[in-house]
Design a protein around this ligand. Structure first.
Ligand code: EPU
Length: 352
C-alpha cells in the first residue's frame, strides 16, 4: 500500500483541478480498501474514495483527510457473467468484453472515462445503454455496519444517473461489480439512441455489429470531446457537467411557453419520455439557447468547443474559475427558461 502526504490531487482528476490531499493512500486489494476505510472511520477522519477522477470537482483547498485511491484489479468471466474489481479502468473493461470475448451489453458505454467501481454509483449511461441494464449485483463495504454486502440490482435503486450508493454518498464503498452480458453472435444489443442508429446505418431498435457499435460510439464521443485526450483541452472535463432536467407535465408546459416567447412558436426543444407524467429535456440545448454557445467564456475555464454540456479547463483553471462559469451558466439558463440545472459530477469541498 502506497502512502503520500500533501499530495496533489489535480493530476488524478480528468479536469486537472483541485488542491492537495493531506494523505493519499493507494490500495490494490479489497482487504486494503476495507482496512483504510475502517481506520479512517474509527479515527473519525474525513475520507474521500477516488476512482478514475472523471466525475469529480475538487476544491482549491484540497482535501483535509485521507484520499483513498482504489487501484484493485480483477476481470473474471464465467460464461456471460462478468465480475470486475472496482479499480479496473472502465474503457478497458468494455474493450475486453467486446473485443476479446464478443459479449454485448456494455458496448455503447465505450470510451467513458473513470473506474468500473464508479459506474453503479451514478448508473453511468450513454447512447441508449446504462449499467443498470446489465448489473446483477454490486459488492460493497457498508461503512455504517462495517460489513461487506452483496447488493442485488433490484436493491440498488437505479434511476437516471442515480442509485442508492449516490443517495448515501458516505456510506458505501464499491469493491466489485457483477454484470450479466449477452452472447448475441457478434451483434450488439438493440440500438436505442437515434444518433447511434444513424451512424451505424440501422433502424432504432435493430441490432448492429458489436464491434461496429463500439467504434461508432468512440467516434461520436470523440467528436464531442468526450474521450480523454491529453492534447485536447475540450476533454479536460468531468463529462456532462449538468444532468438533463426531468420536468413534470405541468413544468414542461410552462417551459414550452417560455421557449415560444423567447425563441418563437416553431422551436421544439428536445423531449424524451421519462416515466409517467415526466419529460426529460436537454441541458446542452438549454445552455446553447440561453446564449452560452460552444467555447463560451474568456478565462481559463470555458465551455467545450465541441459540446455545451462540458465545462473544461483550458490549462490552468482553478475550481473557483470553473464554479464561476458553472454558476453563470446555471443562472443564465434559469432566467431564460425557468429551469434550474443540477450538477452531475460530485463536488468535494465546493458547492455550486
Ligand atoms: N445540443 C446542443 N448543443 C450542443 C450539444 C448538444 O444544443 O453543444 C443538444 C442537441 O439538441 C442534442 C441534445 O443536446 O440533440 C442532446 O445532446 P447529446 O446527444 O450529446 O446528449 P446529452 O444529453 O447532452 C447525454 C449524457 C452523456 C452521454 C450522451 C450520449 C447526460 C447528463 N449526459 O448527453 O453522458 O454521453 O447523452 O448518450 O445524461 C456524462 O454523463 O458525463 C455524459 C457524457
Amino acid at each position: 500500500m502506497q502512502e503520500l502526504h500533501d499530495a496533489p490531487l489535480a493530476p488524478l482528476t480528468t479536469l486537472r483541478i483541485g488542491g492537495p490531499a493531506a494523505r493519499l493512500v493507494t490500495a490494490t486489494t479489497d482487504d486494503e480498501v476495507v482496512a483504510v476505510v475502517r481506520a479512517a472511520d474509527a479515527a473519525g477522519e474525513p475520507l474521500l474514495v477516488l476512482g478514475g477522477g472523471s466525475n469529480l470537482v475538487i476544491g482549491d483547498a484540497g482535501f483535509p483527510g485521507t484520499v483513498l485511491r482504489v487501484a484493485t484489479r480483477g476481470f473474471e468471466l464465467d460464461g456471460t457473467r462478468l465480475t470486475v474489481a472496482a479499480g479496473e479502468v472502465w474503457t478497458q473493461v468494455v474493450d475486453r468484453a467486446v473485443l476479446d470475448h464478443g459479449l454485448a451489453g456494455i458496448e455503447f458505454l465505450a470510451g467513458i472515462p473513470g473506474s468500473a467501481g464508479a459506474t453503479p454509483v451514478q448508473n453511468v449511461g450513454a447512447y441508449g445503454q446504462e449499467v443498470a441494464d446489465t448489473i446483477t449485483e454490486v459488492v460493497v463495504h457498508d461503512r455504517r455496519s462495517g460489513e461487506t454486502l452483496t447488493v442485488p440490482a433490484a436493491d440498488c435503486g437505479f434511476a437516471y444517473r442515480h442509485s442508492r450508493f449516490k443517495a448515501e454518498p458516505d456510506r458505501y464503498v464499491v469493491l466489485r461489480v457483477v454484470f450479466e452480458l449477452q452472447d448475441a453472435d457478434g451483434a450488439s444489443t438493440p440500438v436505442r439512441y437515434a444518433e447511434a442508429a444513424r451512424t451505424l446505418g440501422v433502424a432504432q431498435g435493430e441490432r448492429a455489429e458489436l464491434r461496429a457499435a463500439r467504434e461508432a460510439v468512440l467516434k461520436l464521443r470523440a467528436g464531442k470531446g468526450m474521450v480523454l485526450d491529453p492534447e485536447d483541452h475540450d476533454s479536460w472535463s468531468a463529462g456532462s457537467f449538468f444532468t438533463n432536467p426531468i420536468l413534470t407535465d405541468a413544468e414542461h408546459a410552462a417551459f414550452l411557453q417560455r421557449v415560444a416567447e423567447r425563441l418563437g412558436a416553431d422551436v421544439e426543444p428536445p423531449a424524451y419520455p421519462a416515466g409517467e407524467g415526466l419529460v426529460k429535456t436537454s441541458a446542452a440545448w438549454l445552455i446553447d439557447k440561453a446564449g452560452f454557445t460552444k467555447g463560451y467564456g474568456s478565462g481559463p475555464a470555458r465551455l467545450s468547443g465541441k459540446h455545451t454540456l462540458a465545462l473544461t479547463n483550458r490549462g490552468d483553471a482553478t475550481a473557483a474559475d470553473l464554479l464561476a462559469l458553472a454558476r453563470e451558466v446555471r443562472d443564465g439558463v434559469a432566467s431564460a427558461f425557468g429551469v434550474t440545472l443540477v450538477n452531475e459530477p460530485v463536488m468535494v469541498g465546493v458547492e455550486l
